[in-house]
Design a protein around this ligand. Structure first.
Ligand code: GLV
Ligand code: MN
Ligand code: MN
Length: 423
């Protein structure tokens, strides 16, 4: 066996793999005039992307298995089979208007780590597992980090199976339809450590000219689906004071959550978004009788998040009284703020330093599979900066080969360090 130190990944191979996977579900975004990716969880495109990555896992000599929620694991033996593996991975599903890097960098980066070890004939002390997890994005079935949450016991399998998309198709049926209703039991894997490389999806690293982010944790996420019911009526013939305008109520809630962010009562880092606003009947001369809307709240403080949720609920009750509408809220996802493991962050910092890369601690703004794994093993993440202000969930998402290589060479060094740990 050869020594591991000084190993470098093959950047061209990594970028070619990212390109090839990005061609599955590719579409031309007319506004940005670039190619985007649409690989919604458990769609035919997701199935095709999954099969390509699985084939690459197998070609790398890994033992591949699929669990009951469709997570895919690829295992590589270590020198000591009695030790728990080091796991690395992310997701290959995308939002409807996604880029090529979100999730994919972490999966194909972990694969590149294995390919590099294979080329060197290197065997690690601990086994390695690389993985991708079902429906990280939550855009189709409403709950993000679904696969990793089931894999680590936060969400029961049957509850996940029962989730339905807008066409009433269930997670279980759609897993079966794309051939990923696997037979491995969920909530059984207990790695020694989990480390995920991901694009930052924000502007901080690129603006500060820093090579890598060492992720200290993830802020809390609260998702609600609001169904606002009023009364549909003629836009010209209905006097303003006799209306029950569900569209107006949605607009007021949207304004309210933005005011809550500006106000500072819920911390200076609260973020709020109404990403879905669907009025019915959606016609120029008809008062909307019903609106389905979503609210996405983010907050690094659990206490501030609770207070913001209560304030939003109280505002909805006030609108019911004053506007004659009814507002039914369904919580579709809720995760607390998560702090990552200090020792893994230090290993990432040391690996970056050894390679001459600058880095800084950074809190993740988006949700990630790593936050679920942090419930069962020591965990941290590496962030790679992106061009275009680090834009993400957008076809203009872009990290250069050098930026990706910095992240994945660091991932390689971190995986090697963790896999050498005996306890
Ligand atoms: C997942 O990407 C999220 O944070 O919305
Ligand atoms: Mn992601
Ligand atoms: Mn995403």
């Amino acid at each position: 066996m050869k020594a591991h130190t000084g190993l470098r990944i093959n950047t061209d191979r990594l970028m070619m793999s990212i390109e090839e996977l990005g061609a599955i579900g590719a579409y031309r975004d007319a506004e940005a005039n670039v190619m985007g990716v649409r690989r919604l969880a458990l769609s035919a495109e997701d199935g095709a992307g999954r099969r390509l990555v699985m084939r690459w896992f197998e070609e790398a000599g890994l033992h591949v298995s699929v669990d009951a929620i469709g997570n895919v694991y690829a295992d590589r033996a270590g020198r000591d089979a009695s030790l728990a593996p080091v796991m690395s991975g992310s997701h290959v599903d995308s939002v409807p208007t996604g880029g090529r890097f979100d999730g994919v960098l972490g999966v194909l980066g972990a694969l590149e780590v294995v390919r590099t070890l294979n080329d060197a004939g290197a065997m690690t002390r601990r086994p390695l597992t690389i993985a991708f997890f079902t429906d990280e994005e939550g855009c189709r079935f409403g709950t993000d980090m679904l696969g990793s949450a089931v894999a680590t016991g936060r969400i029961p399998l049957e509850q996940a199976y029962a989730l339905r998309d807008a066409d009433r198709k269930s997670v279980r049926n759609e897993l079966q339809a794309i051939g990923f209703l696997g037979d491995e039991a969920v909530n059984t894997r207990r790695p020694h450590a989990f480390v995920e490389c991901h694009v930052e999806q924000g502007p901080l690293l690129i603006h500060e000219g820093i090579d890598l982010g060492v992720v200290s944790g993830v802020q809390g996420i609260s998702w609600q689906r609001l169904t606002i019911s009023g009364a549909s009526a003629h836009a010209g013939a209905t006097p303003m004071h006799l209306r029950k305008d569900a569209g107006l109520a949605a607009a007021m809630i949207n304004t309210k959550i933005h005011d809550m962010c500006a106000h500072g009562d819920y911390g200076s880092d609260m973020r709020a978004t109404m990403g879905v606003i669907r009025p019915e009947p959606c016609m120029i001369n008809v008062i909307p009788g019903r609106v389905v809307a979503t609210v996405d709240l983010r907050n690094p403080s659990d206490d501030a998040m609770h207070r913001a949720e209560h304030a939003l609920d109280a505002y909805c009750r006030e609108l019911e009284r004053t506007m004659g509408v009814t507002i039914v809220s369904q919580q579709t996802a809720r995760t607390p703020a998560v702090a990552f493991d200090e020792s893994v962050q230090q290993i990432i910092e040391a690996a970056a330093r050894t390679q001459g890369l600058s880095c800084r601690r950074i809190l993740a703004g988006a949700g990630h599979d790593a936050q679920e794994w942090s419930a069962v093993c020591k965990t941290a993440m590496i962030f790679v900066p992106g061009l275009n202000d680090g834009i993400s969930h957008n076809p203009r998402e872009l990290s250069t080969p050098e930026q990706c290589a910095n992240g994945i060479n660091t991932l390689l060094a971190v995986v090697l360090a963790l896999s050498d740990e005996v306890a």
